[in-house]
Design a protein around this ligand. Structure first.
Ligand code: FES
Ligand code: FE2
Length: 397
């Protein structure tokens, strides 16, 4: 079913190549410039987007074994994700039941149990409190009521989503709108996290706009990889999640070829974004790989942090690893010195307040849809969240 959708998108692409056309949005759209810097608006985004939406926070392949864990922070919430003995992924607030200390340092590891560094209260992989230091002196409490608070979590397509709110009843499955079935074609569960780094950038939406935009490639990136890249894009949406693909004339060679023979890797080209903050772009450096970027708002409206993960289909040998490092270093430089350097200056310019709106053209439907979803979420009550995603579907042709 989902492979058929990959084929249908390729056919849609082929048709546009033959016609010399490209799919476009209905109209040029305006987005208030203040949405990139206004403190109140930003605060609302933190609460209504980053504290309510499922966020893709970890990869299956970075925590394949029981006891593997990853501690991180998202939406200002300290989070602990682990794999339990049964192989299920669990997620908790990384906050001790005693006096709220963060139990695990940010990063990855493997452990039999989680021990708080403050007074050594101890929890198992289910988050149950299993040990209180000097328990007799502490006094009697019901241990079963003092476990770590669970967060909603879902592992799909080799990726792990967590909602940074223990009280959320949003269905992560509904939110994904079938997009996870598409991402499953990458088979990320069996890939390899080769390298990870983070870099600072401008407002998270200024940064994210760039991942939805092929329009800038031959211009801003003219001195790096851009001259070889097409600037035309077509967008395919599953609820708020979008694939960005460029018209690819090389697909014409599939005409008349049995669809079973169409190479899945080629059908997955382009950028796969996961709302609200992830982008997955394919690269070949030392072997097939993707740069999976996770964007997080910084401490202020004008800042963000991007975690760049270089994920490879196969663990590279020494020579491939050297090439992969080179490719990843190149991508980091492009994003830092071209995308984010431009974004930071754009941020300063917008913050003057002398511009009312920025524009997204008919060729920038991805940005239009992204900003539309952010605004829609700001207007949506908690009780209506599930309705917002229920029934959202992928593209049809
Ligand atoms: S705060 Fe964790 S044991 Fe005291
Ligand atoms: Fe770019």
């Amino acid at each position: 079913m989902s492979r058929q959708l990959l084929i249908d998108m390729a056919k849609h692409n082929i048709q546009h190549c033959k016609d010399g056309t490209v799919a476009r949005a209905e109209a040029v759209c305006e987005v208030p410039a203040a949405h990139y810097y206004d403190a109140e608006h930003w605060q609302a985004e933190m609460e209504k987007v980053f504290r309510r939406m499922p966020l893709m926070l970890a990869l299956t392949c970075e925590m394949p074994d029981p006891g593997d864990y990853r501690a991180c922070e998202a939406g200002g919430v300290p989070i602990l994700i682990c794999r339990d003995k049964a192989g299920e992924v669990q997620a908790f607030l990384n906050m001790c039941a005693h006096r709220g200390a963060q139990i695990m340092e940010q990063g990855n590891g493997n452990t039999h149990r989680f021990t708080c560094p403050y007074h050594a209260w101890t929890y198992n992989h289910q988050g149950e409190l299993i040990g209180i230091f000097s328990e007799k002196e502490f006094g009697q409490i019901d241990k079963s009521c003092h476990g770590l608070r669970k967060l909603p979590v879902l592992e799909r397509a080799g990726l792990i989503w967590v909602i940074p709110n223990p009280d959320s009843d949003l269905s992560i499955e509904a939110f994904l709108s079938g997009y996870d079935d598409m991402l499953a074609h990458f088979d990320f569960a069996n890939w390899h996290l080769f390298s990870r780094r983070s870099l600072p950038g401008p407002n998270w939406k200024i940064a994210y706009d760039g991942y939805l935009d092929l329009y800038h490639l031959p211009i801003l990136h003219k001195n790096s990889f851009g001259p070889n890249f097409p600037h035309k894009s077509m967008y395919y949406a599953w609820g708020p999640h979008q694939r960005v693909a460029s018209p690819d004339p090389s697909l014409l060679e599939y005409e008349g070829v049995d669809e079973d023979q169409w190479d899945t890797t080629r059908l997955l080209s382009g950028v796969w974004t996961i709302f609200p903050h992830v982008s997955i772009a394919s690269f070949d450096g030392g072997g097939r790989g993707v740069m999976l970027s996770q964007l997080f708002p910084g401490e202020t409206p004008g800042t963000s942090i991007t975690v760049q993960n270089y994920v490879m289909e196969k663990e590279p040998d020494e020579e491939q690893a050297a090439n992969a490092h080179e490719q990843f270093a190149f991508l980091e430089k492009v994003v830092r010195d071209e995308d984010y350097a431009t974004g930071l200056k754009q941020q300063r310019a917008l913050e003057t307040g002398f511009k009312d709106h920025v524009l997204f053209g008919r060729n920038e439907e991805g940005g239009q849809r992204f900003h539309g979803w952010v605004e829609k979420l700001l207007q949506t009550e908690d009780s209506d969240l599930n309705n917002l995603f229920n029934g959202a579907q992928g593209p049809s042709f």
